[in-house]
Design a protein around this ligand. Structure first.
Ligand code: UDP
Length: 231
């Protein structure tokens, strides 16, 4: 079937006027696609982890684009108009935040922090402040306020979910879409888009193993899936 869109980690296929089929690939990229590789089995892990987390969030009152799992690597979702924003929630300093402010990775923040980046590969996803989002008309004030509130709620829910599975949620990225005037959580929530550290060993169990060439990438993804499915 003809693709609607192919991204770095997923392919979107059109279905009816209202729905899409998302296919999760094993291809991995980092540092704005300067680093490329393959993580065998990643597509299966990301599909199943995302589906499980979307169901969990829906059960707790978060509206998402998720409809159903179709196969190991595919899910059906509602078509939405994606807001051109990456919404990042941080509990502890890591990655670009730790580097930008010169703080040690793992430093606990006084309160969960919401940050926004403009989704733009040519510009390298620059940070953007809420005032600039409004000034550029990328989202309306009411929409941005809903995005922020939902992100904080998702953060609390996911932190509890992973804590019960021996994983420390450090930070994560969300994307939102609009459908018939409503804001829905969209995209994926997976070890590609979160930092998860093993509570006992402090080892990263996410895409940082690929970014930093730490080894055991496939194994870490499989272990996250095993713990997520443990229920
Ligand atoms: N993240 C993502 N996609 C991006 C950038 C970041 O999913 O294009 C996730 C990343 O995996 C981490 C969180 O967002 O869980 C915060 O990432 P950060 O801003 O520290 O950027 P990074 O150091 O990963 O470039």
């Amino acid at each position: 079937m003809e693709k609607l869109y192919e991204g770095k980690a997923k392919v979107l296929f059109p279905e009816g006027p209202d729905t899409l089929r998302v296919y999760f690939k094993d291809e991995a990229t980092a540092f704005n696609a300067q680093k490329r590789g393959l993580i065998p089995g990643k597509g299966v892990v990301n599909n199943k982890v995302s589906a499980t987390l979307f169901r969990y969030l829906e059960a707790h009152g978060v509206r998402t684009h998720f409809l159903e799992e179709l196969s190991d690597r595919e899910m059906r979702v509602l078509r939405v108009e994606i807001l051109p924003l990456e919404v990042i929630l941080r509990f502890k300093a890591a990655g670009s935040f730790a580097k930008r402010y010169g703080v040690k990775e793992g430093t606990l923040l006084r309160a969960p922090l919401v940050e926004y980046s403009l989704k733009s590969d040519p510009l390298g996803d620059p940070l953007i402040c809420p005032e600039a989002i409004l000034a550029l008309g990328l989202a309306a004030e009411e929409e941005l306020s809903q995005v922020r509130t939902t992100t904080l709620k998702v953060g609390e829910l996911l932190r509890d979910f992973f804590a019960q599975r021996g994983l420390d949620l450090i930070d994560f990225k969300l994307e939102f879409g609009k459908r018939q005037g409503e804001i829905l959580l969209a995209d994926e929530i997976s070890p590609d888009t979160m930092r998860l550290w093993d509570q006992k060993t402090g080892e990263p169990m996410d895409k940082d193993r690929f970014r930093k060439d730490l080894g055991g990438v496939e194994e870490a993804y499989q272990e996250v899936l095993r713990r997520v499915l443990r229920g």
